[in-house]
Write a protein that binds this ligand. Structure first.
Ligand code: NAD
Ligand code: ZN
Ligand code: ZN
Length: 391
């Protein structure tokens, strides 16, 4: 079959690889009908997350048709149309039973590596390095889905792949971002990052009662898409975010902030007056955590900082003193997709949200390598790429 394969930093190729087969009784094989490139894939593309190896198949946002099931899988049958959450979970361990699906302690085949780095085994992820189980990903014609009797979810008829695909990741991630922000009715919410996750977080923040949402980015097309959904926007390269947010909030700062940038952050504006530029050998430099620093700096005292962005290791220049002085709540995590799945399927069915609005580019797998670059560099107004491996 054809699949997008990581060969090194910024080197993704569409290769011919062996078809996946059932390996464990609870497995299923899914024929991928639609798959997307995520901002998290860019962290692998740019080499910010360690543990990728030459030959690893990428992709963790995918859906499709079940074409084979293992003998121990009583939930799925051949022909089912499913969305497959990006986190692999067993459904039975201490963390799964608490709804902390992304922290499943049984699905990471490289748990020792994760424990060494994070102090926890961490759940398995599709297409996301040897730190999280080296599971081949779904930017492929077919994918093996382990523990397929837990997370994969059948989708209702009458909706296109494009309407359902983002239930695998960015829609619930945006939703969790808004839930973790602890929004109260009428709150002012500021969101850093108008990429796919920020776009979803904006719409979910409104669903959860935000009175006013401000979105910060520097890419015109992305800011325009946020404005279409009713957000006030700030181009952080054109004006001082701190001043503008203070004007909007009578000098106090937004009640809740959401970080939807992660390690692609570009520093600009006021950040350098607020810390040093030192790049430590042990961690990401302050320019790469610019948005996170801005979130902590701008949120009002007693407010909540919800971090959806992904960070791979140590952070240099994390302003913890401000978090203490302002009495902040900080919440973060990989998305526990299953907690929001049914709520979000209903929201799509009821027309409260149609996540396909975010798609700007459509192609086959062969064009995937080029699309990684287009998406990373925000060329051609690219906000979200969806690939159809079978045309
Ligand atoms: P993306 O890279 O397309 O979007 C990031 C946006 O941030 C871009 O539009 C960029 O211009 C903007 N940006 C860069 N620096 C900025 C700054 N200093 N201030 C404000 N905006 C800035 O990615 P995405 O797909 O939207 O994903 C965003 C983050 O969410 C990534 O880190 C990704 O790994 C993470 N993510 C997390 C989860 C989870 O489960 N927690 C799931 C999916 C994605
Ligand atoms: Zn993702
Ligand atoms: Zn588990």
């Amino acid at each position: 079959m054809r699949a997008l394969v990581w060969h090194g930093r910024t080197d993704v190729r569409c290769d011919t690889v062996p078809d996946p087969v059932i390996e464990e009784p609870r497995d299923a094989i899914v024929k991928v009908t639609a798959t997307a490139i995520c901002g998290s894939d860019l962290h692998l593309y740019d080499g910010y997350i360690p543990g990728m190896m030459n030959g690893d198949i990428l992709g963790h946002e995918f859906m499709g048709e079940v074409v084979d099931v293992g003998p121990g899988n009583t939930k799925l049958k051949v022909g089912d149309r499913v969305v497959v959450p990006f986190t692999i979970c067993c459904g039975e361990c201490f963390f799964c039973l608490k709804g902390l699906w992304s922290c499943c302690e049984r699905t990471n085949r490289d748990a020792d590596k994760a424990r060494e780095m994070f102090g926890h085994p961490c759940g398995g992820l599709f297409g996301y390095s040897h730190l999280t189980g080296h599971y081949p990903g779904g930017q492929a014609e077919y994918v093996r889905v382990p523990f397929a009797d837990v997370a994969p979810t059948k989708v209702p008829d009458g909706f296109s792949d494009e309407q359902m695909l983002f239930l695998t990741d960015i829609l619930p991630t945006g939703y969790q971002g808004a839930v973790y922000a602890e929004i109260e009715d009428g709150d002012t919410v500021a969101i850093w990052g108008a990429g796919p996750v920020g776009q979803m977080a904006l719409r979910c923040a409104k669903m959860l009662g935000a009175g006013h949402v401000v979105v910060i980015d520097r890419v015109p097309e992305r800011l325009a898409m946020a404005a279409e959904a009713g957000a006030e926007t700030i181009d952080f390269e054109q004006e001082d975010t701190y001043d503008r947010l203070n004007k909007i909030t009578n000098g106090r700062g937004p009640d809740r902030v959401i970080e939807a940038v992660g390690m692609e952050a570009h520093g600009a504006g006021s950040w350098d007056a607020w810390g040093d530029r030192a790049l430590a050998a042990t961690g990401l430099g302050t320019d790469r955590i610019h948005a996170l620093r801005e979130c902590i700096r701008n949120v009002r005292a007693g407010g909540t900082v919800s971090v959806s962005g992904v960070f791979g290791g140590y952070l240099n220049g994390f302003p913890f003193g401000a978090a203490v002085q302002k009495g902040l709540t900080i919440r973060t995590g990989q998305c526990n997709v299953l907690n929001y799945m049914q709520t979000l399927i209903r929201a799509i069915e009821e027309g409260k949200i149609d996540p396909s609005f975010v798609i700007t580019h459509r192609c086959g797998l062969e064009d995937g390598p080029k699309m990684y670059e287009t998406f990373r560099d925000k060329k051609d107004g690219c906000i979200k790429v969806v690939m159809r491996p079978h045309g």
